[in-house]
Design a protein around this ligand. Structure first.
Ligand SMILES: [Zn+2]
Length: 336
């Protein structure tokens, strides 16, 4: 059922209809929709078989949608509208919870989220060969049986600190995983090595489904950042690109993005702890923009305060002359 056709004006172009579903053990059913047009966001939900409009917001700039494998996965709302849309979304979720007695799925996930039994700083674990080992996949799920070629993290089972990765029957420590020799030694395409004009620094442009070693290194680094709450999302190797910065023989950080007709959508920016405080995040972003970002304009998806400060420091967020624009992503919602 399309609610968008009924709700939009004849001359109003639809950008996307974001589904809101009630997910049950066997299948799911639609309980609401967020209709996004060129200039409006309309929140609706179903009660007693009919649609109720919860809220409507007039946008000041045009949003755009991103699909993966033919399915809508996000609608990007450029700043400054994102803030308001995000607030409306919270109110909308409360209203649906109140009306239906269901719980928003993300909240369910967060409250059942795993807290380590031991604070990493207080944990006595020290190395990959320790016997307190947990083998997790990239969704942080544990499975005893898995294919030998699949990727797994090796982490401490008490504090969840990551020590390396497991693949093809072998463990690789972080030192190995982040070393340039290791990264350059695998199935890396030589064309992915990017000169950035500095003698001791170069970059690797890792495309989706590129070198397995680079993919493992970025995936691991993204989870290290995510576990310490320094980055919000984690790297999605199926469709995101990564720009890995190599200094003095080691990968010191990365930036990830995905392609879109409107311009690259930047996702994560992360510098390893021991390399911080030298302005490397700013040079990484500038070098990425100069060498591999092929659009004049790009979007930054839900920046952290740190990320915003980095982009601000190089003038990228300047509304008149900067190439970057912050976006808020509205994704399909599920209740359970
Ligand atoms: Zn530990």
């Amino acid at each position: 059922m399309s609610t968008a056709e009924d709700i939009l004006k004849d001359d109003e172009a639809q950008i996307a209809e974001v589904p809101v579903e009630h997910r049950e053990q066997f299948g799911s059913n639609r309980i609401g929709s967020v209709v996004v047009s060129e200039n409006r966001v309309i929140f609706l939900y179903l009660t007693g078989g009919s649609w109720t409009q919860f809220a409507e917001y007039e946008l000041s700039s045009t949003p755009f949608a991103q699909h993966q494998d033919g399915e809508l996965y996000s609608v990007f709302i450029p700043a400054p509208d994102g803030k308001h849309v995000s607030e409306l979304k919270s109110e909308y979720i409360s209203e649906i919870e109140h009306e239906t007695g269901l719980s928003y799925f993300m909240d369910v996930l967060e409250t059942s989220g795993r807290e380590p039994a031991v604070n990493p700083d207080d944990c006595g674990c020290s190395r990959i060969s320790s016997n307190k080992v947990l083998v997790e996949d990239e969704n942080m799920e544990l499975s005893e049986y898995f294919d030998e070629h699949e990727f797994r993290f090796v982490s401490c089972k008490e504090c969840f600190k990551i020590y390396g990765r497991y693949r093809e029957g072998k463990k690789a420590s972080l030192n190995k995983l982040f070393s340039a020799d290791w990264l350059l030694g695998g199935d890396l395409d030589v064309n992915s090595i990017i000169e950035v004009g500095q003698q001791d620094i170069f970059a690797i442009h890792h495309p989706p489904n590129g070198s397995v070693r680079t993919q493992d290194a970025v995936l691991t680094l993204s989870h290290i950042g995510n576990r310490s709450s320094e980055i919000i999302s984690t790297y999605k190797h199926e469709y995101q690109h990564a720009f890995c910065y190599i200094q003095d023989g080691e990968m010191i950080g990365y930036l990830s993005w995905e392609e879109h007709d409107r311009g690259a959508i930047q996702s994560q920016l992360y510098i390893r702890e021991k390399y911080r405080g030298n302005g490397l995040a700013s040079t990484l972003v500038s070098d990425w923009y100069k060498t591999v970002c092929d659009s004049d304009q790009y979007f930054a998806d839900e920046l952290t305060d740190g990320g915003r400060a980095v982009l601000d420091s190089i003038g990228h967020l300047d509304l008149d002359s900067g190439p970057a624009r912050e976006v808020y992503s509205l994704t399909p919602m599920a209740f359970g």
